[in-house]
Design a protein around this ligand. Structure first.
Ligand code: 3PG
Ligand code: MG
Length: 399
């Protein structure tokens, strides 16, 4: 796999960098504020390195999931501004991705200058399932550059033009962020120090099936919280009131419960739950046993007893991977479970990895020092797919 150094002397060369700048934004159109700039900060070292090498750096990235056409709600303009602040230099912004504005902006770059192209998903070719359509768009992107650096770890599981096809059209290399992320994930899959504990949360079981399946043979302990846990509790025969429930996943949850027992994997579920009548920040919270959720309430966090039990199950772990919040951490009254797990990772010895967008944003929002964790991944879906053992198109194309 080629690294940036393998691309040779980059002075004066136009280098297209695919970064993952998909950050959460808040506020009205035209005045959007970035609520967590972690992914932009994580993208800076590779961009700065190219700047220092004298390259003319052209950054391409997506924001959200626009429908393949320009949509002002998803403009990357505020992200380009923030990138400039973090880099400490002006960043030019092209108002399209491969059109007139992009050509003029790229042509205007001097050595060591940086431009950001408008949201790559404003072009239908980017996410097209049709190889020819994607390829035609990748041809246009490739015309803007002499070399390509793949540094958007959060999108390497997507077979998209700016991730996959463009790498087939230009001399390409892996950026520092992607290299660092892959390095950590490899340590989780190849002979991890034991006990190896995995904490999974987030709202949907259906998003986590593959990873649970893969981990049942590998992890020593599997802790489950978040919205997805109610499908497990229901599968155990408990009533879950108005909590999130994926009826169509009950059978598979039952099968996983059975397989965990067979494989001797310690499957840890909450024994108490924080419930409230409504999904609202000020809905009055009550703690109830996990097998006695009232019919008119929904679970919004794991309870305090469970928080302690989860922390205890992580205390002597030598490797921990965590993906997905334990509750609705955005609401203070339902953030304690997520906080307890984050603190347990901080306290654990050994390799601790926070996987992905929501959990990474959660630890920062809850005020934890990022350096207290072994690694905070910038990719949720990408790191889960890696752990599942699925091929990652954006990585495979580089070798
Ligand atoms: C993410 O936020 O998960 C990544 O940026 C990828 O975005 P996507 O899930 O819309 O492809
Ligand atoms: Mg995603």
């Amino acid at each position: 796999m080629k690294l940036i150094d393998d691309l040779g002397d980059l002075r004066g060369k136009r280098v297209l960098v695919r970064s993952d700048l998909n950050v959460p934004l808040d506020g009205p159109e035209g005045d959007k504020r970035i609520t967590d700039d972690g992914r932009i900060r994580a993208s800076v070292p590779t961009i700065r390195r190219l700047v220092d090498a004298g390259a003319r750096v052209v950054v391409t990235a997506h924001l959200g999931r626009p429908e393949g056409a320009p949509d002002p709600a998803y403009t990357l303009a505020p992200v380009a501004t923030r990138l400039g602040e973090l880099l400490g230099q002006d960043v030019a912004f092209a108002t399209d991705t491969v059109g007139e504005s992009a050509s003029v902006t790229v042509a205007g770059l001097a050595d060591g200058q940086v431009a950001v192209l408008e949201n790559v998903r404003f072009n239908a070719g980017e996410t097209s399932k049709d190889d020819a359509e994607r390829g035609a768009f990748a041809d246009q992107l490739a015309e803007l550059a002499d070399a390509f650096v793949s540094d958007g770890f959060g999108v390497v599981h997507r077979k998209q033009a700016s991730v996959y096809d463009v790498a087939q059209r230009l001399p390409s290399a892996m950026g520092g962020l992607v290299a660092a992320e892959i390095d950590v994930l490899r340590r989780l899959t190849e002979d991890p120090d034991r006990p190896y504990a995995v904490v999974l949360g987030g709202s949907k079981v259906s998003d986590k099936l593959g990873v649970i399946d893969a981990l049942l043979g590998k992890a020593d302990r599997l802790l489950i919280g978040g919205g997805m846990v109610f499908t497990f509790l229901k599968a155990q025969g408990h009533e879950v009131g108005k909590s999130l429930l994926e009826e169509d996943q009950l059978d598979i949850c039952r099968e996983y419960l059975r397989r965990a027992e067979e494989a001797g994997v310690d499957l840890v579920l909450p024994t108490d739950v924080v419930v409230a009548p409504e999904f609202k920040a000020d809905s009055p919270p009550t703690v109830v046993p996990a097998d006695r959720i009232p019919a008119d309430q929904l679970g919004l966090d794991i309870g305090p007893e469970s928080g302690k039990a989860f922390a205890a199950a992580l205390a002597d772990a030598r490797t921990v991977f965590w993906n997905g919040p334990m509750g609705v951490f955005e609401f203070d009254a339902f953030s304690a479970g997520t906080r307890a797990v984050a603190q347990a990772l901080v306290d654990a010895d050994g390799l601790t990895v926070v996987g992905g967008g929501d959990s990474a944003a959660a630890v920062r929002r809850l005020g934890f020092d990022e350096n207290a964790f072994g690694h905070i991944s910038t990719g949720g879906g990408a790191s889960l797919e890696y752990l599942e053992g699925k091929p990652l198109p954006g990585i495979d194309v580089l070798s």
